[in-house]
Ligand binder design. Sequence first.
Ligand code: FAD
Ligand code: NAD
Length: 573
Amino acid sequence: MASSIRASTMLQSPSIGLQSVARRSFATLPRARPSTSFVNASRLQQSSRRGYADIKPVEPVKPRRKFRTLRWMWRATYLSLIGGVAYMGYGIYELRHPMEQPIPDPNKQNLVILGTGWGAVSLLKKLNTENYNVIVVSPRNYFLFTPLLPSCTTGTIEHRSIMEPIRSILRHKKAAVTFYEAEASHIDPVRKTVSIADNSEIKGTSAKTEVSYDKLVIAVGAENATFGIQGVTEHSCFLKEVGDAQRIRTKIMDCIETATFKDQSPEEIKRLLHMVVVGGGPTGVEFAGELQDFFDQDIRKWVPEISDKFKVTLIEALPNVLPSFSKQLIEYTESTFKEEKITIMTKTAVKKVTENTVEAEETGPDGKKTTTILPYGLLVWATGNAVRPIVRDLMSQIPAQKDSRRGLAVNEYLAVQGTSDIWATGDCAVAGYAPTAQVAAQEGAFLARLFNTMAKTEHLENRIDELSTSLNVTRTDAPVVATELEDLQKSLRRIKDIKPFHYSHQGSLAYIGSDRAVADVTWFNGNFASGGSLTYLFWRSAYLSMCFSTRNRVLVVVDWLKSKAFGRDVSRE
Ligand code: FAD
Ligand code: NAD
């Protein structure tokens, strides 16, 4: 019926017919509704009798809400895609085209920064390098994004994807910065010098020297704690640096290949495939999760004969793993590990390590201690931080530091207590916060503000001195100078009013394996704890957004896609 009316309408009025066809082809045709078409058609019939001039336009039938929403969603998607690509393109362009930099000015104060980790790089990022003659000293000529380091041990992410060359970071500063790839071995706070040495493989005729400073920032982080336990340094792998992750990756595959060697005894196979992780803090937990994933998702496929023999054991001295997380997340992690078949031994402290075994002492509910000898193939030691020798050496020279045990005691402006012109940030500083990247980054940014402010203050003070000495009543422009002086003094008071460092905790995240993560996030002055696959997506997006550069972000995403599509690489380098 509707179609016959439509046909007759077209015959009576070809132009109208075309109009309505055109409209229908965009809006109404795919969803032809007989009642609507009938109303439209009868209106058209009436209007054709009256003439064309007063024809009311045919009201297009509104597309259904669902389709409109879909259309908007599609538009929003492609617009954000275009925006994302443009943003990324701009990021890449900026990275590849650094601006010309004025060379370091030796007449300016020497600001020496030790380290290229979280604290130092976050300071460098916000520091106006035009104000100082900035010198950076570190044995590592790159910044390492440590939160994704456990993923490098299994090849989920390639280590170079989370490294950012310090040369590139410094080349993007307003004024040039001097970088020495060297280790600082001694700080003399009286002579204001730092002894540095090139400990790399290739050395020139100059491999040891001194750098003098007017202002010094110590951001050397911490080393691995071993608590002096016998055999740890010789036989275990740590997980702090890129080299550690590479060593672990190689060793995992070496253990597997050796376990499948001809005529290997069953006990030896069991030992070689027993991976022991000591320390149930976030490092140990994340590594254990990554390792079990590697086995479940890849190794099991390529080396099926060891399927029932691969075992991961996590040993923790305290009653539970992840002690800094909330109770429900600890329980969730422990139950997830149980599902993943990771053995957790809590209230168990490792007392001795040999080439093939660890000696672990378990405290029973009655307080009785039992010792177990665990044979292992790979041992990863993740029991937290210890003070670096250079920091210990400086502490021993400063009486005010004699009671500090875990690093350089600093005041609320991060100045090292008992010194002048020395500041410390990150894991080597004791400011009352946990040794995390989050704290180090905020402290570094605070120091940048402090130094930028100090430079401004100095500039204002010099100008005030200059004006004050030249001001006398005989000058004709005395009132103008006096007003300028007043303004300068006001600015100086405002700038000098810099508030002490205040840490703002954003939350803690940890990956626990099988595409699950736990998160303790600060939420409106409270705490929001969550765990599972959605939290894992949050974990991924949070760390992706925190990566240092667009380059890092792109490389990490590509690595994630690569390992999802092709699996992790099981070849041993
Ligand atoms: P670092 O980042 O360790 O940097 C120290 C720098 O000093 C390095 O460049 C080093 O080469 C240099 N240096 C060392 N000795 C000398 C010397 N003698 N002279 C000159 N330079 C020297 N924290 C979080 O908040 N979230 C996480 O998810 C997280 N994950 C982590 C995962 C792993 C595997 C590890 C090991 C740590 C993780 N952390 C995390 C902790 C975080 O990495 C540290 O708290 C952070 O790196 C501390 O920053 P820093 O600048 O003090 O030291
Ligand atoms: P940690 O200090 O957090 O944990 C080390 C654990 O090892 C402790 O629980 C301790 O009880 C245990 N331990 C010490 N000696 C032992 C022994 N002999 N036998 C058995 N267990 C022993 O160390 P970590 O995990 O390396 O972390 C270091 C710092 O870096 C922490 O501040 C941590 O918060 C931070 N970090 C954070 C993340 C994250 O947020 N995802 C990841 C890694 C590290």
